[in-house]
Design a protein around this ligand. Structure first.
Ligand SMILES: [Mn+2]
Length: 271
């Protein structure tokens, strides 16, 4: 089985009971690990991940999650990590600590006879924005893309890496918590087939002749399984802090969305 998971936003200062959150995520990964060939972590697994030039002791908080992933990798599960817009700042640290493979760009793979396009999804939108959106929405999408370019700017990254981790984290976690809080207060549901950027992006790819059976994205924190005219399915994975959703692809090429339900532990027998 191949599994797809995204947007856990582990470490978010806007999510109370942080350890319970990480623990549930670990339990979920362990459960998937029982029959997984590969696990694709599709971005924003951390609410803020940044590797500085100096040692960052605060990362110890994630030691249990790293142990879990290392264990899966040693067992032979291929664990892939796509960076999102909250955790793109890794320079080998995540791989060194866990053994998972990190991807910075979208990837197309073929598995069990199906072609899959995999990406976190941030910054993906159709080229012809003006044909789909009013002026203000176009501007909003372009602003997001500009901010993304700032985040990816190598000189600015170098400067930020020089900061003492305590200061960098204060800025980073603060920014991330504000964006999480904004979303929790005001969630943005599915915008519809004609407005959802990732759906329009997939339609454009199909029109260009780049057919894939499945487009799998995270980022939006909504659950979506939409069939296009070309037979492709656009999957948006939901999240792992509120909805606890994930997808699986079995060896017959069947793709399904699931809700993670923690197993009830049986009450301890009386002596
Ligand atoms: Mn995201």
């Amino acid at each position: 089985m191949i599994y797809f998971v995204s947007d856990a936003h582990i470490g978010s200062k806007a999510i109370t009971r942080g350890w319970a959150h990480q623990k549930k995520f670990i339990e979920m990964l362990n459960k998937l690990g029982e029959d997984a060939v590969s696990i694709y972590l599709m971005g924003d697994i951390f609410d803020f991940w940044f590797e500085y030039y100096t040692r960052d002791k605060s990362k110890k908080e994630y030691a249990p999650l790293f142990r879990c992933i290392r264990h899966l990798v040693r067992k032979g599960v291929h664990v892939h990590y796509f960076v999102g817009n909250h955790d793109m700042w890794t320079w080998g640290g995540l791989t060194a600590m866990t053994g998972m493979e990190v991807h910075f760009e979208p990837v197309t793979i073929k598995r069990y006879g199906k072609k899959l396009y995999l990406a976190h999804g941030d910054g993906l939108a159709p080229f012809d924005l003006e044909n789909h959106y009013p002026r203000d929405v176009q501007d909003k999408i372009r602003r997001f893309k500009r901010l993304r370019a700032v985040f990816q700017n190598e000189f600015l990254q170098f400067c930020f890496r020089c900061l003492p981790p305590a200061l960098g984290n204060k800025i980073g976690y603060g920014w991330a918590a504000r964006s999480r809080q904004k979303e929790l207060d005001n969630p943005c549901p599915f915008k519809g087939e004609k407005k959802e950027e990732l759906v329009l992006f997939a339609k454009e790819e199909e029109k260009l002749g780049n057919h894939r059976d499945f487009y799998i994205f995270g980022h939006r924190h909504i659950e979506l399984d939409l069939k296009l005219d070309t037979g492709s399915r656009v999957i948006i994975l939901g999240d792992c802090f509120r909805q606890w959703t994930y997808a699986s692809l079995d060896k017959h090429g069947e793709l399904m969305l699931h809700n993670y339900e923690p197993e009830q532990t049986a009450p301890a027998p009386n002596a």
